[in-house]
Design a protein around this ligand. Structure first.
Ligand code: FAD
Length: 481
């Protein structure tokens, strides 16, 4: 009887412990992916993620057929889909790599119990994290809430295991069960086709991930500490969507980064590599938080924030979403997001701060927009980061520290290169005004061909006033009135 291998957010053949285990049973393997939106509910993939998933599944199916196997597609709730497949194939063993979203852990737990009750072997593995969320705890025995000690503890575990290579071949059953057709899932946008910029920017799939990682460790990891905050530069890895879909795993990234450090300096972790590994650890920290605080996507981790007076501001929210706030660095970020499905981390912090502090719109509105538009939309990273910016997270930026979008722009995009790329109507403004067009001299505006309010909006709020208003609400929340 064959082994059922359930692919989920581990869409790769190398460093895939469930696959390795399935092949090493010596039995035929039936690989399946279940479109389980029904189980995920309102956390089913958003538009940009669906686009990515299509490409990733296509690539996985090709990689599997290159090894004599086939990807079987099913949809519906996972428990029923698996039961059907067990009946159809006679399999008595199911292997998968773990997910950690609250809805997924609940569901998987139930599936495992029910399979075991029926004498079916069900085994899960870790492909997604350096360390299981329950394996690492503070001295007092609880979960970590602060990043630095978490990272120290994780670092103290030493290098993760070396990842396994992909198996050369995957034994096939005499007959594969029937499969649904990927195109019928309609994961790609049709009318309008908004995915042109995504196609240009990305290559979903394990091969695309491997190439991205190789380019990053060859060209950028050594300078990561210096360039990671400059959105105009290719200073970060852009591995986030590949990591989210499990086309590459953190163990592979870790070992590639320290090998690059060794070959450049004779040391595994020169500054660039060390800083990069600590960002990989932020991802681990987010999953640690989500696992131990499963209400993270809905509730503030600091309970006093339940009383914060958010504002309904449909107009402001819309201007933010469309990149029309009148603050160039904010608008550049929101337009980069819309065009490519990704935004630089520094700019994510700036746009998020603008929404929750300058506009006083609830962070969940921003989180939901990101969920739909990011190719790397990730329940742990997205909600932990939004709570971080909003000040309501565990180890968060203090609420009273309000980003000034003009100063942030001037500091991290000093020549305005990033703004000019994404807000082309401002491209001819001189550097001294490109982050604050309302300060440009009439002559400068004229020469750049801009009339504010016609070609580019006036700022929708005055930052200094908005900052005061935010701090006032924060004070009222703290004082409880
Ligand atoms: P690199 O700098 O090359 O980092 C490598 C990897 O480390 C990333 O791919 C990511 O997996 C992880 N990482 C880096 N920074 C962080 C961080 N601050 N928190 C958690 N993990 C991190 N990241 C997501 O993957 N999905 C999201 O939905 C998401 N939403 C965010 C929302 C907000 C408001 C903010 C401020 C940040 C969010 N991030 C999210 C974190 C971060 O912005 C992205 O992971 C990063 O920009 C991805 O680009 P990169 O792969 O080039 O990162």
């Amino acid at each position: 009887a064959p082994v059922l291998l359930w692919f989920r957010r581990d869409l790769r053949l190398s460093d895939n412990p469930a696959l390795t285990a399935a092949v090493s049973t010596g039995r035929p393997v039936v690989p399946v992916f279940i479109r389980d939106d029904e189980d995920a509910g309102d956390r089913a993939p958003g538009g940009a993620s669906r686009w990515w998933l299509h490409g990733s599944l296509k690539a996985l199916a090709e990689d599997l057929s290159g090894r004599g196997s086939r990807l079987i597609l099913r949809s519906g709730n996972a428990a029923d889909a698996i039961d059907d497949l067990l009946k159809e194939t006679g399999a008595e063993v199911v292997f998968w790599n773990r997910r950690y979203e609250p809805w997924a852990t609940r569901r998987d737990e139930a599936i495992k119990t029910s399979l075991k009750e029926r004498g079916i072997e069900a085994k899960s593995f870790n492909a997604a994290l350096l360390c299981e969320p329950w394996e690492i705890e503070t001295k007092d025995g609880g979960p970590y809430k602060v990043f630095t000690p978490f990272w120290k503890a994780l670092r103290g575990l030493g290098d993760p295991e070396r990842p396994e290579a992909a198996p050369d071949g995957i034994p096939a059953p005499d007959a594969f069960p029937k499969t649904e057709n990927l195109d019928d899932w309609k994961l790609l946008p049709e009318k309008p086709d908004w995915a042109g910029g995504l196609r240009e920017a990305w290559t979903p799939g394990e091969k695309g991930a491997r190439e991205r990682l190789a380019t990053f460790v060859d060209e950028a990891v050594m300078a990561y500490a210096d360039k990671r905050n400059l959105p105009a530069k290719a200073g970060t890895s852009r591995l986030s969507p590949h990591l989210h879909f499990g086309e590459v795993g953190p163990r592979q990234i870790w070992h590639a980064a320290i090998a690059a450090g060794m070959s450049a300096t004779g040391q595994p972790t020169p500054k660039g590599v060390e800083t990069f590994l600590s960002e990989i650890a932020w991802r681990e920290f987010s999953w640690h938080l989500l696992f131990h605080f499963p209400t993270l996507p809905e509730e503030p981790l600091r309970p006093e924030f339940s009383d914060f007076e958010w504002k309904d501001d449909d107009g402001g929210l819309k201007a933010w979403q469309q990149g029309m706030t009148g603050y160039p660095i904010v608008d550049a970020g929101m337009r980069e997001l819309w065009a490519t499905g990704w935004m630089h981390n520094r700019v994510r912090m700036i746009v998020a701060s603008f929404l929750v502090k300058d506009l006083l719109v609830h962070w969940r509105e921003g989180e939901v927009w990101f969920w739909d538009t990011l190719v790397d939309a990730d329940l742990a990273n997205n909600t932990a980061s939004w709570q971080w910016v909003a000040g309501s997270g565990a180890d968060a930026a203090p609420y009273f520290r309000v980003f000034n979008p003009v100063l942030q722009g001037e500091k991290f995009d000093p020549d305005g290169e990033y703004v000019r790329r994404w807000v082309p109507e401002l491209k001819d403004l001189p550097a001294n005004a490109v982050h604050a067009p309302w300060t440009a001299k009439p002559m400068e505006l004229k020469e750049a061909g801009i009339e504010l309010g016609r070609d580019y909006p006036h700022p929708i709020v005055d930052h200094a006033t908005a900052r005061k208003r935010a701090l006032e609400r924060y004070r009222r929340m703290k004082d409880g009135n």
